[in-house]
Design a protein around this ligand. Sequence first.
Ligand SMILES: *Cc1c(COP(=O)(O)O)cnc(C)c1O
Length: 410
Amino acid sequence: MNVPLLDLKSQNLALEAELNSAFTRVLRSGQYILGPEVMKLEGEIARLVEVKHAIGVSSGTDAILLALMALGVGPGDEVICPTFTFFATAGCIARVGAKPVFVDSCPVCFNLDVADLERKITPRTKTIIPVHLFGQAAEMDAVMAAAQRHGVTVIEDAAQALGAGYRGRKVGSIGHFGAFSFFPSKNLGGFGDGGMLVTNDEALAEKARLLRTHGSKPKYYHKYVGGNFRMDPLQAALLGVKLPHYHEYTQKRKANASYYTDNLSKIPGVGMASAAQSKCPPANAQHAPSECSEAALAEPEAKLILPGAYAWNDPIWNQYTLRISGEGRRDALKSFLAERGIGTEIYYPVPMHLQECFSRLGSGGEFLPCAARLAKECLSIPIFPELSRIQIDAVIGTLQQFRLQAPAHA
Ligand SMILES: *Cc1c(COP(=O)(O)O)cnc(C)c1O
Protein backbone atom coordinates (compact mmCIF):
# COMPACT_ATOMS: atom_id res chain seq x y z
CA MET A 1 0.00 0.00 0.00
CA ASN A 2 1.18 3.50 -0.78
CA VAL A 3 1.47 5.72 2.28
CA PRO A 4 3.29 8.98 1.54
CA LEU A 5 5.04 10.86 4.33
CA LEU A 6 2.86 13.83 3.53
CA ASP A 7 -0.12 14.57 1.28
CA LEU A 8 -0.56 18.32 0.94
CA LYS A 9 -2.89 18.13 -2.02
CA SER A 10 -5.75 16.32 -0.31
CA GLN A 11 -5.93 18.84 2.54
CA ASN A 12 -5.84 21.82 0.16
CA LEU A 13 -8.16 20.48 -2.54
CA ALA A 14 -10.85 19.99 0.10
CA LEU A 15 -10.91 23.81 0.35
CA GLU A 16 -10.53 24.56 -3.35
CA ALA A 17 -13.63 26.76 -3.75
CA GLU A 18 -12.81 28.93 -0.72
CA LEU A 19 -9.16 29.21 -1.73
CA ASN A 20 -10.20 30.34 -5.20
CA SER A 21 -12.47 33.00 -3.80
CA ALA A 22 -9.72 34.23 -1.45
CA PHE A 23 -7.43 34.53 -4.46
CA THR A 24 -10.07 36.45 -6.37
CA ARG A 25 -10.61 38.78 -3.42
CA VAL A 26 -6.90 39.66 -3.29
CA LEU A 27 -6.73 39.95 -7.08
CA ARG A 28 -9.60 42.44 -7.09
CA SER A 29 -8.38 44.36 -4.04
CA GLY A 30 -5.40 45.76 -5.92
CA GLN A 31 -3.36 45.61 -2.69
CA TYR A 32 -0.47 43.20 -3.10
CA ILE A 33 1.85 44.23 -0.26
CA LEU A 34 0.80 44.03 3.44
CA GLY A 35 -2.58 45.65 4.19
CA PRO A 36 -5.78 44.24 5.72
CA GLU A 37 -5.31 40.60 4.67
CA VAL A 38 -1.98 40.39 6.49
CA MET A 39 -3.33 42.31 9.50
CA LYS A 40 -6.27 39.95 9.77
CA LEU A 41 -4.05 36.86 9.83
CA GLU A 42 -1.73 38.56 12.34
CA GLY A 43 -4.70 39.11 14.66
CA GLU A 44 -5.87 35.53 14.31
CA ILE A 45 -2.43 34.02 14.98
CA ALA A 46 -1.94 36.37 17.96
CA ARG A 47 -5.21 35.03 19.41
CA LEU A 48 -4.25 31.40 18.71
CA VAL A 49 -0.87 31.63 20.42
CA GLU A 50 -2.08 34.04 23.13
CA VAL A 51 0.26 36.97 22.49
CA LYS A 52 -0.25 40.71 22.06
CA HIS A 53 1.62 41.22 18.79
CA ALA A 54 2.07 39.17 15.63
CA ILE A 55 4.06 40.27 12.59
CA GLY A 56 3.50 38.48 9.28
CA VAL A 57 6.79 37.68 7.57
CA SER A 58 8.20 36.01 4.49
CA SER A 59 9.23 32.71 6.15
CA GLY A 60 9.99 31.03 9.44
CA THR A 61 13.66 31.62 8.77
CA ASP A 62 13.06 35.34 8.33
CA ALA A 63 11.03 35.39 11.56
CA ILE A 64 14.11 34.12 13.45
CA LEU A 65 16.42 36.49 11.59
CA LEU A 66 14.15 39.46 12.29
CA ALA A 67 13.97 38.55 16.00
CA LEU A 68 17.78 38.43 16.23
CA MET A 69 18.04 41.79 14.43
CA ALA A 70 15.39 43.37 16.67
CA LEU A 71 17.28 42.15 19.75
CA GLY A 72 20.47 43.70 18.39
CA VAL A 73 22.41 40.44 18.19
CA GLY A 74 25.59 40.78 16.15
CA PRO A 75 29.35 40.23 15.93
CA GLY A 76 30.96 39.32 19.25
CA ASP A 77 27.77 37.80 20.61
CA GLU A 78 27.14 34.13 21.26
CA VAL A 79 23.71 32.62 20.70
CA ILE A 80 22.88 29.21 22.14
CA CYS A 81 20.67 26.73 20.28
CA PRO A 82 20.21 22.97 20.16
CA THR A 83 22.46 21.16 17.71
CA PHE A 84 19.65 18.76 16.77
CA THR A 85 17.39 21.09 14.76
CA PHE A 86 16.62 22.32 11.27
CA PHE A 87 19.44 24.41 9.81
CA ALA A 88 17.56 27.74 9.91
CA THR A 89 17.84 28.01 13.70
CA ALA A 90 21.62 28.06 13.58
CA GLY A 91 22.00 29.62 10.14
CA CYS A 92 20.25 32.84 11.23
CA ILE A 93 22.67 33.21 14.15
CA ALA A 94 25.63 33.09 11.81
CA ARG A 95 23.94 35.43 9.32
CA VAL A 96 23.76 38.28 11.87
CA GLY A 97 27.47 37.75 12.55
CA ALA A 98 27.07 36.08 15.93
CA LYS A 99 28.54 32.74 16.98
CA PRO A 100 26.20 29.76 17.28
CA VAL A 101 26.93 27.71 20.40
CA PHE A 102 25.45 24.23 20.27
CA VAL A 103 23.74 22.31 23.04
CA ASP A 104 23.14 18.57 23.27
CA SER A 105 19.65 17.04 23.21
CA CYS A 106 17.29 15.17 25.47
CA PRO A 107 16.76 11.66 24.06
CA VAL A 108 13.16 11.57 25.25
CA CYS A 109 11.68 14.83 23.92
CA PHE A 110 14.44 15.55 21.32
CA ASN A 111 14.72 19.12 22.64
CA LEU A 112 17.65 20.96 24.13
CA ASP A 113 19.30 19.47 27.21
CA VAL A 114 18.90 22.07 29.94
CA ALA A 115 21.94 20.88 31.92
CA ASP A 116 24.15 21.33 28.87
CA LEU A 117 22.53 24.73 28.25
CA GLU A 118 23.74 25.90 31.67
CA ARG A 119 27.28 24.77 30.85
CA LYS A 120 27.32 26.70 27.56
CA ILE A 121 26.34 30.12 28.95
CA THR A 122 29.24 32.59 29.00
CA PRO A 123 29.53 36.37 29.52
CA ARG A 124 29.23 36.71 25.71
CA THR A 125 25.89 34.91 25.54
CA LYS A 126 23.26 37.29 24.24
CA THR A 127 20.31 35.05 23.38
CA ILE A 128 19.07 31.49 23.70
CA ILE A 129 16.98 29.89 20.93
CA PRO A 130 15.16 26.81 22.23
CA VAL A 131 13.43 24.81 19.46
CA HIS A 132 10.10 23.04 20.02
CA LEU A 133 11.08 20.15 17.82
CA PHE A 134 8.52 17.90 16.11
CA GLY A 135 5.70 19.86 17.80
CA GLN A 136 6.62 19.30 21.46
CA ALA A 137 7.67 22.15 23.76
CA ALA A 138 11.21 22.44 25.04
CA GLU A 139 11.66 22.71 28.83
CA MET A 140 10.84 26.43 28.92
CA ASP A 141 10.82 26.95 32.70
CA ALA A 142 14.46 25.92 32.85
CA VAL A 143 15.32 27.97 29.75
CA MET A 144 13.63 31.12 31.10
CA ALA A 145 15.19 30.66 34.55
CA ALA A 146 18.66 30.36 33.01
CA ALA A 147 18.01 33.37 30.77
CA GLN A 148 16.86 35.51 33.68
CA ARG A 149 19.78 34.49 35.85
CA HIS A 150 22.23 35.55 33.15
CA GLY A 151 20.28 38.50 31.76
CA VAL A 152 19.93 37.13 28.24
CA THR A 153 16.98 37.10 25.84
CA VAL A 154 15.04 34.13 24.45
CA ILE A 155 13.67 33.49 20.95
CA GLU A 156 11.45 30.42 20.72
CA ASP A 157 11.83 28.60 17.42
CA ALA A 158 8.25 27.37 17.27
CA ALA A 159 8.29 26.71 13.50
CA GLN A 160 7.06 23.15 14.10
CA ALA A 161 4.79 23.88 17.04
CA LEU A 162 1.97 26.33 16.22
CA GLY A 163 -0.59 26.01 19.02
CA ALA A 164 1.43 23.52 21.11
CA GLY A 165 1.11 23.93 24.88
CA TYR A 166 3.62 24.03 27.72
CA ARG A 167 2.26 23.94 31.28
CA GLY A 168 -0.94 25.63 30.16
CA ARG A 169 0.75 28.29 28.02
CA LYS A 170 1.18 28.42 24.27
CA VAL A 171 4.66 28.03 22.85
CA GLY A 172 5.99 31.19 21.26
CA SER A 173 4.36 33.32 23.98
CA ILE A 174 6.93 32.55 26.69
CA GLY A 175 10.22 34.02 25.41
CA HIS A 176 10.89 37.55 24.14
CA PHE A 177 9.95 36.40 20.65
CA GLY A 178 8.34 33.34 19.09
CA ALA A 179 8.92 32.37 15.45
CA PHE A 180 6.45 30.34 13.38
CA SER A 181 6.58 28.93 9.85
CA PHE A 182 3.89 28.22 7.29
CA PHE A 183 6.19 26.16 5.07
CA PRO A 184 3.90 23.63 3.36
CA SER A 185 5.03 20.69 5.53
CA LYS A 186 4.37 22.53 8.80
CA ASN A 187 1.09 21.91 10.60
CA LEU A 188 -0.47 25.05 9.13
CA GLY A 189 0.98 24.68 5.65
CA GLY A 190 0.80 27.58 3.22
CA PHE A 191 1.14 27.91 -0.53
CA GLY A 192 4.81 28.77 -0.63
CA ASP A 193 6.86 30.43 2.07
CA GLY A 194 5.46 32.38 4.98
CA GLY A 195 6.02 32.92 8.68
CA MET A 196 4.94 34.85 11.76
CA LEU A 197 6.95 36.55 14.48
CA VAL A 198 5.16 37.07 17.80
CA THR A 199 5.92 38.94 21.02
CA ASN A 200 4.25 40.44 24.07
CA ASP A 201 6.72 43.34 24.12
CA GLU A 202 5.34 46.47 22.47
CA ALA A 203 8.73 48.07 21.78
CA LEU A 204 10.18 44.89 20.28
CA ALA A 205 7.07 44.47 18.11
CA GLU A 206 7.44 48.04 16.83
CA LYS A 207 11.12 47.52 16.05
CA ALA A 208 10.49 44.21 14.29
CA ARG A 209 7.73 45.86 12.20
CA LEU A 210 10.16 48.56 11.06
CA LEU A 211 12.91 46.06 10.30
CA ARG A 212 10.42 44.06 8.21
CA THR A 213 10.37 46.96 5.74
CA HIS A 214 13.99 48.17 5.59
CA GLY A 215 13.80 49.82 9.01
CA SER A 216 12.05 52.86 7.60
CA LYS A 217 9.66 55.22 9.36
CA PRO A 218 8.31 57.25 7.71
CA LYS A 219 8.95 55.86 4.25
CA TYR A 220 12.46 56.67 2.96
CA TYR A 221 13.72 57.69 6.43
CA HIS A 222 15.70 54.76 7.77
CA LYS A 223 16.04 54.38 11.49
CA TYR A 224 17.64 50.90 11.22
CA VAL A 225 19.12 48.74 8.49
CA GLY A 226 16.34 46.20 7.98
CA GLY A 227 15.31 44.10 5.03
CA ASN A 228 12.32 42.96 3.05
CA PHE A 229 10.73 40.35 5.30
CA ARG A 230 7.06 40.92 4.41
CA MET A 231 4.33 38.31 4.17
CA ASP A 232 2.28 38.53 0.95
CA PRO A 233 -1.42 39.39 1.34
CA LEU A 234 -2.19 36.51 -1.03
CA GLN A 235 -0.42 34.10 1.32
CA ALA A 236 -2.26 35.61 4.31
CA ALA A 237 -5.64 35.28 2.57
CA LEU A 238 -5.04 31.64 1.63
CA LEU A 239 -3.79 30.76 5.13
CA GLY A 240 -6.89 32.46 6.50
CA VAL A 241 -9.00 29.89 4.65
CA LYS A 242 -7.13 27.02 6.33
CA LEU A 243 -6.93 28.49 9.82
CA PRO A 244 -10.55 27.71 10.87
CA HIS A 245 -9.73 24.04 10.21
CA TYR A 246 -6.49 24.09 12.19
CA HIS A 247 -7.96 22.71 15.40
CA GLU A 248 -9.41 19.76 13.49
CA TYR A 249 -6.07 19.09 11.74
CA THR A 250 -4.36 19.04 15.12
CA GLN A 251 -6.96 16.72 16.67
CA LYS A 252 -6.45 14.28 13.81
CA ARG A 253 -2.67 14.35 14.23
CA LYS A 254 -3.11 13.68 17.95
CA ALA A 255 -5.49 10.79 17.25
CA ASN A 256 -2.99 9.33 14.76
CA ALA A 257 -0.18 9.61 17.30
CA SER A 258 -2.20 7.85 20.03
CA TYR A 259 -3.22 5.13 17.62
CA TYR A 260 0.41 4.53 16.65
CA THR A 261 1.52 4.50 20.26
CA ASP A 262 -1.29 2.18 21.42
CA ASN A 263 -0.71 -0.31 18.66
CA LEU A 264 3.05 -0.17 18.19
CA SER A 265 3.71 -0.55 21.91
CA LYS A 266 2.06 -3.99 21.78
CA ILE A 267 4.75 -5.27 19.41
CA PRO A 268 7.45 -7.23 21.28
CA GLY A 269 10.71 -5.34 21.45
CA VAL A 270 9.11 -1.95 20.97
CA GLY A 271 9.57 0.44 23.89
CA MET A 272 8.71 3.96 24.93
CA ALA A 273 11.29 6.62 25.53
CA SER A 274 11.72 6.24 29.25
CA ALA A 275 11.77 9.13 31.67
CA ALA A 276 14.78 7.52 33.36
CA GLN A 277 16.80 8.50 30.30
CA SER A 278 15.56 12.02 30.42
CA LYS A 279 17.84 14.94 30.74
CA CYS A 280 14.91 17.29 31.13
CA PRO A 281 13.83 18.07 34.65
CA PRO A 282 10.52 16.58 35.77
CA ALA A 283 7.56 18.73 36.85
CA ASN A 284 9.49 20.22 39.80
CA ALA A 285 12.23 22.06 37.97
CA GLN A 286 14.66 21.83 40.91
CA HIS A 287 15.69 18.30 40.02
CA ALA A 288 19.18 17.86 38.61
CA PRO A 289 18.82 16.01 35.33
CA SER A 290 20.82 12.86 34.85
CA GLU A 291 23.79 12.93 32.55
CA CYS A 292 23.40 11.57 29.09
CA SER A 293 25.76 8.72 28.50
CA GLU A 294 25.86 5.94 26.01
CA ALA A 295 24.95 3.68 28.90
CA ALA A 296 21.89 5.70 29.86
CA LEU A 297 20.70 5.63 26.27
CA ALA A 298 21.25 1.94 25.70
CA GLU A 299 18.06 0.02 26.15
CA PRO A 300 18.79 -3.68 25.79
CA GLU A 301 15.16 -4.76 25.46
CA ALA A 302 13.70 -2.21 23.08
CA LYS A 303 15.22 -1.78 19.66
CA LEU A 304 12.47 0.45 18.35
CA ILE A 305 11.60 3.31 20.64
CA LEU A 306 8.40 5.32 20.36
CA PRO A 307 8.30 9.08 20.96
CA GLY A 308 7.01 10.19 24.33
CA ALA A 309 5.45 13.42 25.48
CA TYR A 310 5.88 14.86 28.95
CA ALA A 311 2.67 15.16 30.96
CA TRP A 312 2.90 18.95 31.07
CA ASN A 313 3.27 19.25 27.30
CA ASP A 314 0.49 19.44 24.73
CA PRO A 315 2.33 18.45 21.54
CA ILE A 316 0.86 19.02 18.08
CA TRP A 317 2.76 16.13 16.45
CA ASN A 318 4.41 17.83 13.48
CA GLN A 319 6.35 14.57 13.29
CA TYR A 320 6.02 11.13 14.86
CA THR A 321 9.65 10.17 15.23
CA LEU A 322 10.89 6.70 16.06
CA ARG A 323 14.33 5.78 17.30
CA ILE A 324 15.84 2.57 15.98
CA SER A 325 18.96 1.42 17.80
CA GLY A 326 21.63 -0.88 16.43
CA GLU A 327 24.25 -0.04 13.84
CA GLY A 328 22.65 0.54 10.43
CA ARG A 329 19.19 -0.58 11.61
CA ARG A 330 17.52 2.80 11.07
CA ASP A 331 18.63 2.90 7.45
CA ALA A 332 17.57 -0.73 7.01
CA LEU A 333 14.11 0.13 8.32
CA LYS A 334 13.87 3.17 6.04
CA SER A 335 14.61 0.99 2.99
CA PHE A 336 12.29 -1.76 4.21
CA LEU A 337 9.41 0.73 4.47
CA ALA A 338 10.26 2.42 1.14
CA GLU A 339 10.19 -0.94 -0.67
CA ARG A 340 6.65 -1.39 0.67
CA GLY A 341 5.46 2.05 -0.41
CA ILE A 342 5.75 3.80 2.96
CA GLY A 343 7.34 7.23 2.98
CA THR A 344 9.61 8.29 5.84
CA GLU A 345 12.20 10.99 6.44
CA ILE A 346 15.28 11.39 8.57
CA TYR A 347 14.93 14.59 10.58
CA TYR A 348 17.89 15.26 10.86
CA PRO A 349 20.84 13.23 9.61
CA VAL A 350 23.59 15.70 10.58
CA PRO A 351 23.44 17.80 13.75
CA MET A 352 24.55 21.42 13.47
CA HIS A 353 27.80 20.95 15.41
CA LEU A 354 28.99 18.55 12.70
CA GLN A 355 28.10 20.79 9.72
CA GLU A 356 30.95 21.89 7.48
CA CYS A 357 29.79 25.51 7.32
CA PHE A 358 29.96 25.97 11.09
CA SER A 359 33.33 24.30 11.51
CA ARG A 360 34.66 26.82 9.01
CA LEU A 361 33.22 29.56 11.24
CA GLY A 362 34.91 28.07 14.29
CA SER A 363 31.69 26.71 15.83
CA GLY A 364 30.83 23.15 16.70
CA GLY A 365 33.01 20.09 16.53
CA GLU A 366 32.50 19.33 20.21
CA PHE A 367 31.29 16.04 21.66
CA LEU A 368 27.47 16.07 21.89
CA PRO A 369 26.73 12.37 22.24
CA CYS A 370 22.94 12.35 22.49
CA ALA A 371 22.38 14.50 19.43
CA ALA A 372 24.95 12.54 17.45
CA ARG A 373 23.12 9.38 18.38
CA LEU A 374 19.65 10.78 17.59
CA ALA A 375 20.90 11.71 14.13
CA LYS A 376 21.78 8.04 13.55
CA GLU A 377 18.60 6.60 15.09
CA CYS A 378 15.69 8.88 14.16
CA LEU A 379 13.06 8.11 11.57
CA SER A 380 9.81 10.03 11.13
CA ILE A 381 6.78 8.12 9.82
CA PRO A 382 3.56 9.49 8.23
CA ILE A 383 1.37 11.39 10.74
CA PHE A 384 -0.52 13.91 8.56
CA PRO A 385 -4.22 14.50 9.40
CA GLU A 386 -5.70 12.95 6.27
CA LEU A 387 -4.10 9.51 6.79
CA SER A 388 -6.77 6.83 6.57
CA ARG A 389 -7.10 4.06 9.15
CA ILE A 390 -6.14 1.55 6.44
CA GLN A 391 -2.95 3.51 5.74
CA ILE A 392 -1.99 3.73 9.42
CA ASP A 393 -2.65 0.02 9.86
CA ALA A 394 -0.40 -0.64 6.87
CA VAL A 395 2.42 1.34 8.51
CA ILE A 396 1.95 -0.53 11.80
CA GLY A 397 1.80 -3.92 10.04
CA THR A 398 4.96 -3.19 8.07
CA LEU A 399 6.83 -2.10 11.21
CA GLN A 400 5.74 -5.34 12.84
CA GLN A 401 7.05 -7.35 9.87
CA PHE A 402 10.38 -5.59 10.20
CA ARG A 403 10.56 -6.49 13.90
CA LEU A 404 9.78 -10.13 13.11
CA GLN A 405 12.49 -10.21 10.46
CA ALA A 406 15.06 -8.58 12.71
CA PRO A 407 18.08 -10.79 13.35
CA ALA A 408 18.31 -11.88 16.97
CA HIS A 409 21.41 -9.83 17.67
CA ALA A 410 20.02 -6.57 16.20
C1 LIG B 1 10.80 24.96 9.10
C2 LIG B 1 11.69 25.41 10.18
C3 LIG B 1 12.29 26.67 10.18
C4 LIG B 1 12.25 27.60 9.02
O1 LIG B 1 11.02 27.87 8.49
P1 LIG B 1 10.90 28.28 6.93
O2 LIG B 1 9.51 28.82 6.86
O3 LIG B 1 11.10 27.05 6.13
O4 LIG B 1 11.91 29.31 6.65
C5 LIG B 1 13.03 27.04 11.29
N1 LIG B 1 13.20 26.21 12.32
C6 LIG B 1 12.65 24.99 12.36
C7 LIG B 1 12.87 24.13 13.56
C8 LIG B 1 11.88 24.54 11.28
O5 LIG B 1 11.37 23.31 11.32
